[in-house]
Design a binder for this molecule. Sequence first.
Ligand code: ADP
Ligand code: MG
Length: 365
Amino acid sequence: MSRDAVTQSANDLFQQAFGAVPTATDYAPGRVNLLGEHTDYNGGLVFPMPLALGTAVAISFGGSKGTIDAVSGDAANRVVRHIEDTPDKAWTDYLVGSLKVLFDDNLPDRGLRIAIASDLPTGSGLSSSAAIEVALMRAASALTGREISPVDIAILARRAENEYVGMPCGIMDQYSVSVGSPGKAVFLDTRALESEVVDLPDSHNFVIIHSGVSHKLTEDGYEKRVEECNAACAALDVKMLSDLDVESLDRIEQLPAPLDGRARHILTENSRVKKALEALRTGNLDDFSRFLVESHASQRDDFAVSVPEVDALVEGAIEVGADGARLTGGGFGGSIVAFVQKPRVPAFVTAIESRFPKARVLAVT
Ligand code: ADP
Ligand code: MG
């Protein structure tokens, strides 16, 4: 589906559910992370790319102050929440959390009606959560006449996810989705909140493939990894692991397992992002490909966020023609991204689908 078609679906769903046209509708894309995994909550470097898949949110005032009457996908999926509700681990938490941080003390006098449509797979590592947060904040800002910069929307959306949904993520997803544009990579320093748009080589596609293993980040090891990184910081007496660079690797080796590996991944991953950017600038795609492969090994061995099905898919992708491939997103299942020369893509996709019946190609970009 195109962005226009997703937007039209949200408007149609709104009409169907609430019997009126929405006052405002906005959209935000998903993203694939090309390199720099788990570095964002460690003050490090990331290299995501917004996708041509995304989520549209249609909104109007309606009902009593504080109520959030929301529908997603189809009319059967309609839920009424209140802005003062505590989180209940449902999809509507993303809405309640986003609206809470957005409005803070300036809650509108009337309730809100919301319809959501998306062509983005959820829970696949493509950041459907950031897309829904950012699209809602954009639409709700338009509805209430507020002007908020894309960076501020990213900061608020991350807070919604950290403080209300209970997912201790960094800012990569919300930043790339709010600030970037589809098809162009964003080189982001998550501590300085400084970013640069980077053109990608014409010779290759990034192929995103779901492993068939679903992740649920709030229930898996993501939070554990955040805690381990914090423990490594305390042991090393630094504020963030990205205060150290690869020159400090010998200090890392003194840490008890598994903190040594966790810290090593962050330091080497930051270095790979830096070197990968340089490789792209100088057209050295062999190096770029190698950094993807090394990143996967580091996620698998040092950060322990991969699973056997994903490892097999990464290895299979290289065997059937990708120049590089790695787990993308938080891990514990989810998707891989493969860097494939354009003429090879059709045969590559066929080979992956026949070799991995549970895998699904989500996007070629
Ligand atoms: P990811 O961000 O990689 O897709 P997350 O686990 O962070 O994975 O977020 C997925 C969750 O976000 C879903 O389980 C659901 O609760 C919520 N969500 C995302 N998009 C939608 C949508 N279009 N409609 C309803 N809920 C959604
Ligand atoms: Mg998410």
